[in-house]
Design a protein around this ligand. Structure first.
Ligand SMILES: [Zn+2]
Length: 414
């Protein structure tokens, strides 16, 4: 009798749970690199979390059912290099100025659920960033705060070593652990290691990584010294595949031999993170093609999103992912570099995967076939046959973008 009761009770609860799913994504091809899944798999979501991942989930009773047939389902994309501290201050460049973009207009439509503002806000301006952008955005917005207190205001502001305070930066980071994931160094033109060393010091005080936009130093500082002497394992080198005008920054691929420099391999072995940070001027096919041919893939794929890059050759996260796919990077590796790996790099291991119980941030993409043109800032153009397009984005269990109405019923958010 007791046994029968237990069986009936278990059947009852199963039915109950089946009816409780808020969303069931049916018929897609799931790529979840953390869990080594690359195959047909349904995903059920309840209460903002992943409730079940299984070959065939009964959608009966679910509030909404997504038809993902022929599509790739994956964790929501994580862009660790964006510029979203948008504001109206004149002459403020990427710190509360109009060159930065409001995140929600540029994230969900390309599968991005988490974006990290890379140094727009400094340790002084972070409160304004938190109030104006983090609190008001639906996108999950995080920050690598600038070692310059005033943030990325451009020009002379970013040359002021007196404003690069490791203790203050670390204190602001430690006071805002939900929002700040590390520190940023950029645009310094002096012949000194001061900005890098102050950021690393802040990183040591708060146990967080630093992201370095290197170059522009006059005279140039050696890249080998940056990787092997100044940075720690887990620190991020962004703009990996750039070749700058006038060689103001040493490139990773030797222009004469076309080979990735030996110390760059050594840096990778040490644990330096090689981030794309595509941007307006920070990606050259002449660096990326030989690097990828030699197997030097990016650790993380990111945009360096701002008004210039998005209207230039960069466009968006999916355009960059399509370029790397076209250069021979395997599909699951491309997805990993935009999901699970960036989550680990910014110490947000609760993101970037679809384990049961994880936050239900999901991107559903199609890989369109056709004739596409991919080019870089120099005008070098590559023909491509495949291009990612975002069909749907789910953030925290809610559908926030649906290109073609693939869910039933469609519930349009006001
Ligand atoms: Zn940037």
């Amino acid at each position: 009798m007791k046994r029968l009761f237990l069986i009936l009770f278990s059947l009852f609860t199963q039915t109950l749970f089946a009816q409780n799913y808020s969303i069931v994504i049916k018929g897609g091809h799931l790529i979840d690199p953390k869990n080594n899944i690359d195959g047909p798999m349904d995903v059920a979501v309840t209460d903002g979390k992943v409730a079940l991942v299984a070959r065939n989930i009964d959608p009966k009773g679910a509030k909404q059912v997504v038809n993902a047939k022929g599509m790739y389902v994956m964790p929501g994309l994580i862009d660790i290099h964006g510029h979203v501290f948008q504001g109206t201050e004149p002459n403020n460049y990427l710190s509360n100025g109009p060159v930065a973009l409001a995140p929600d207009g540029f994230t969900f439509r390309v599968g991005v659920t988490t974006i990290v503002d890379a140094g727009g806000a400094g340790w002084k301006s972070f409160p304004a960033f938190k109030k104006n952008i983090i609190y008001t955005s639906k996108t999950r917005v995080l920050s690598l705060i600038n070692i310059v207190g005033e943030g990325m205001r451009g020009g002379a502001w970013e040359q002021d070593t007196a404003d690069m305070d490791a203790r203050m930066a670390a204190a602001v980071a430690l006071a805002n652990p939900n929002d700040i994931v590390g520190f940023k160094v950029a645009h310094f033109q002096g012949p000194l290691w001061t900005p890098v060393d102050r950021a690393v010091e802040a990183g040591k005080l708060s146990k967080l990584p630093v992201m370095i936009d290197f170059g522009g130093n006059v005279p140039p500082l050696p890249l080998e010294e940056l990787f092997l002497k100044h940075l720690r394992p887990g620190d991020i080198f962004t703009h990996t595949y750039t070749l700058l005008e006038g060689n103001v920054r040493e490139p990773i691929v030797d222009e004469e031999t076309g080979k990735v420099k030996p110390f760059v391999w050594e840096a990778r072995k040490k644990g330096i993170v090689f981030d794309v940070g595509y941007g307006g001027a920070s990606f050259n096919y002449s660096q990326a093609i030989p690097a990828l041919k030699a197997g030097f893939y990016p650790t993380t794929i990111s945009t360096d999103l701002h008004t210039g890059s998005m209207n230039g050759s960069m466009k968006d996260m999916l355009s960059i992912m399509s370029k790397f796919l076209g250069m021979g990077m395997a599909l699951p590796a491309v997805i990993r570099a935009g999901t699970w790996t960036p989550a680990q790099v910014i110490h947000r291991e609760m993101l970037g995967h679809l384990s049961v119980g994880a936050i239900a941030d999901v991107a559903i993409l199609t890989l369109r076939e056709g004739n596409f043109g991919f080019y870089d800032k120099t005008g070098y153009r590559v023909e491509g046959k495949k291009k990612f397009e975002c069909e749907m984005t789910i953030k925290g269990g809610r559908i926030v973008y649906d290109l073609n109405g693939i869910v039933h019923p469609i519930v349009v958010q006001p």
